[in-house]
Ligand binder design. Structure first.
Ligand SMILES: N[C@@H](CCC[C@H](N)C(=O)O)C(=O)O
Length: 278
């Protein structure tokens, strides 16, 4: 049976979206997702996203497979793309610009803005070592400025869980980081039992930082929404950033705010690229 798909991208973090509203089981397997994400032999993407029926009173459920077939709890750029995809699927039947979306990280709320951007209530960051999870500190302590040995070097890291796990390190010059070499060593470090996404951050000023990312299950990507949120939180915890900042990624900027209600808000684009049939 043919399956329709639509390719979307959020700052170059690209996804194959599948209308899965008629079933609670993803229409394709993780093995097939690996093949579809392949940039030479497949469609090419950082992941496959399924728009499923809502659970726990939500409008819809989002599930995602990374390009290595693993299933993360959340995806920030992906949920903006999913909101744009849902608006298109609903067409004239669309009742609201806001969606309550069930994810493995809880309910996340994206809102379509009048300028075409999508603003997402990303929830409250979790900060203890047990919540990351990591062995870098004792279970109920925050993981701020801890030392991690990677590639024969000591790195000063701060960890944040935005539904999925992130390890953030502040550097002088992001362009000088050998991502391809050290990214996998962070991702698979024994301090992170569920592997980790790693963000390298250069603080230009307290309201503007540059970021490069090595994603768990996807490698180098042009942007990571949860990573940008986690990095802003790490910047605030270490006294380097204001509570609102622009995070400049290789694919473009995201506006991130850690609001007084403790929730994180992320604003950025989501664009349709093409449609096709599998
Ligand atoms: N690119 C995403 C994050 C996707 C999931 C990640 N690779 C993981 O395994 O946690 C984003 O925009 O947040």
């Amino acid at each position: 049976m043919a399956i329709d798909f639509t390719k979307y991208q959020g700052l170059g973090n690209d996804f194959i979206l599948i209308d899965n509203r008629s079933s609670s089981e993803p229409a394709i397997t993780p093995d097939r997702a690996i093949k579809l994400c392949d940039r030479h032999f497949g469609i090419g993407a950082d992941g496959v996203i399924f728009a499923l029926p809502g659970e726990n009173g939500t409008d819809y459920t989002m599930r995602i497979f990374n390009s290595d077939g693993s299933e993360p709890e959340m995806c920030g750029n992906g949920i903006r793309c999913m909101a744009a995809f849902l608006a298109e699927l609903e067409g004239d039947a669309k009742k609201s610009d806001k969606y309550q979306i069930h994810t493995l990280a809880g309910t996340i709320t994206p809102q379509l803005m009048s300028d075409g951007q999508v603003k997402v209530d990303m929830g409250i960051p979790r900060l203890t070592a047990g919540e990351i999870p990591t062995t870098l500190a004792i279970e109920n302590e925050k993981v701020v400025n801890q030392v991690l040995q990677v590639a024969g070097k000591s790195w000063d890291v701060t960890c944040v869980n935005m539904g999925n796990p992130h390890c953030i390190t502040f550097v002088e010059d992001v362009a000088a980081i050998e991502l391809e070499k050290i990214g996998p060593q962070f991702e698979n470090h024994s301090a992170f039992p569920e592997r980790i996404n790693t963000e390298f951050i250069q603080v230009v000023n307290s309201g503007y930082v540059k970021m490069r990312v090595w994603e768990r299950g996807a490698g180098i990507t042009l942007a990571c929404g949860t990573g940008a949120c986690a990095s802003l939180v790490a910047g605030v915890l270490t006294g380097k950033c204001d509570r609102t900042a622009t995070v400049e990624l290789p694919g473009g900027p995201l506006l991130i705010e850690w609001s007084d209600d403790q929730r994180i808000y992320m604003t950025g684009p989501a664009e349709k690229v093409f449609t096709g049939k599998l």
